[in-house]
Structure formats: structure tokens, C-alpha cells
Design a protein around this ligand. Structure first.
Ligand code: ADP
Ligand code: MG
Length: 224
């Protein structure tokens, strides 16, 4: 009986997600269709082509963000060092940060932070959270990232000095396609919550408006 309940619940979440995807993809498709009609009539100009390009980019972004979820979560799982992966991601995003006068500081508290995970997915979680941190900071500043073993968990913290998150937004984090950004997809955190939950971990968010936000990821210590 219990299994049946779980299955039904999963289906309805999948159903909800499918409905949101259909909606988000249909908007750009409708506008592309309109411009193709114009092209056929011979009344298309270069502005129209730019819009078509933007709309196609949007569908592409949505597809690639969803791809992470589409892969079976248990595939390619192995022991990884969460600290090393976090450091790699910090280095990867440093150029983007520097352009906004942001410094990403990485702190390795322990020698190693073993996590049993799919390396690509784990890195995606760090990328999505640090990208949000960069996007939240418009006057430069520091993003602090750290990994440590604490209270029987691997604890990863990512703190920014950005604009913070209002209570009403905080409640909706992780909802598919919920974004406050003009060009956001609202998929980044949903993907993060999903992956971390599958690994038996959880994500906590603390935020102060106009001061900054801290994301704390707790994961079970990986055991050989
Ligand atoms: P997107 O980045 O495409 O908007 P996300 O799922 O990554 O989608 O984030 C959802 C929303 O959460 C963002 O639009 C933003 O309002 C809020 N958010 C996430 N991280 C931060 C942060 N570090 N600082 C401020 N707001 C944030
Ligand atoms: Mg994002």
C-alpha cells in the first residue's frame, strides 16, 4: 500500500512539472510561429529575427536545465570530495564573478568531505547556487563558500552579500519556473532541491533583505 501511495504522489509531481514545462515552452513557440507566418508573407525584419533567436535560446536553456533532472539520479554514483568539487566550481565561476567586481572565496575546513554522489549533478547544485549569488550582487563584494564535516554531516555553505530574499519569495523557492528575474528560468533551485533530496540531504536558506543570503547544504557523510 505504501509503495502505491508514493508512486501516485510522484506521478502528480511529474504531472505538475509537465504542465509547467508545456506552458513555458509554448509561449516562445507561439511567438516563433507568429514570426514564421510574417516571414511567409515577406514582411519580416531583422528585429523579428532577433526575437526568434531569443525565443529559441529560451527553449534551449529550459531544455538543458531540465536535462539534469531527466537523467536517472542513481546513475554513475561514486565517492567524491565535496570540498574539491566546490573549489573547482568556484574557480569555474570566478571569471563571471570578477566581471561584477565579486570575489569568490573558498574555504576548505577539513581535509576531505566524502560524499556518495554523481559528480556532474553535485557540481550542478553548486553552480546553480553560486550563479544565483552572483546574480544577486550588483555592487561587488564577496561570496564565501566552504565545505566541512560537522555533526555527522557534510556541511556546505554558500554566503553572498546580495540583495537578499523577501519572505514571500523564500516560501516559493524550488517551485518550477518561479523566478523574480527578467530572464530567469526558475529551474535552478528546483534542480538543486531535487538532487540533494535524492542524496538524503537537505538545503536550508537564511536571508536578510539588503544584506545577503546563505545557502546551507547538509549531506550524509559518504562511507566506503
Ligand atoms: P532563476 O535564477 O532562473 O530565477 P532559481 O531557481 O535559480 O531561478 O532561483 C529562483 C529565485 O530565487 C530567483 O529568481 C531569486 O528571486 C531567488 N534567489 C535564489 N538565490 C538567491 C540569492 N542568492 N539571492 C537572492 N535571491 C535569490
Ligand atoms: Mg538561478
Amino acid at each position: 500500500h505504501q509503495q502505491l501511495t508514493i508512486k501516485t504522489e510522484k506521478l502528480s509531481i511529474a504531472g505538475q512539472l509537465a504542465a509547467s514545462i508545456a506552458h513555458e515552452v509554448r509561449n516562445p513557440l507561439t511567438s516563433i510561429k507568429g514570426f514564421v507566418k510574417l516571414a511567409k508573407e515577406g514582411s519580416i525584419n531583422s528585429d523579428h529575427y532577433n526575437i526568434i533567436e531569443d525565443e529559441i535560446d529560451r527553449i534551449e536553456t529550459i531544455a538543458s536545465e531540465l536535462l539534469v533532472l531527466g537523467k536517472p539520479l542513481s546513475i554513475d554514483m561514486k565517492m567524491c570530495d565535496a570540498g574539491k568539487m566546490l573549489r573547482d566550481v568556484c574557480m569555474l565561476l570566478q571569471p563571471q564573478a570578477v566581471m561584477k567586481r565579486i570575489d569568490i572565496k573558498y574555504e576548505d575546513v577539513n581535509d576531505g568531505c566524502p560524499v556518495f554522489c554523481n559528480a556532474g549533478q553535485m557540481k550542478q547544485v553548486f553552480i546553480n547556487i553560486i550563479k544565483n549569488a552572483i546574480e544577486a550582487m550588483n555592487d561587488g563584494g564577496v561570496i564565501r563558500a566552504s565545505a566541512q564535516i560537522k555533526d555527522q554531516f557534510i556541511v556546505i555553505c554558500i554566503e553572498d552579500e546580495g540583495k537578499g530574499i523577501q519572505e514571500s519569495v523564500l516560501e516559493r523557492l524550488g517551485e518550477p519556473f518561479y523566478s523574480t528575474k527578467e530572464d530567469g528560468t526558475g529551474l535552478g533551485l528546483m534542480v538543486c532541491f531535487n538532487i540533494v533530496e535524492q542524496y538524503g540531504g537537505k538545503i536550508d536558506v537564511h536571508s536578510e533583505v539588503n544584506a545577503g543570503t546563505a545557502f546551507t547544504i547538509r549531506l550524509p557523510i559518504g562511507e566506503n
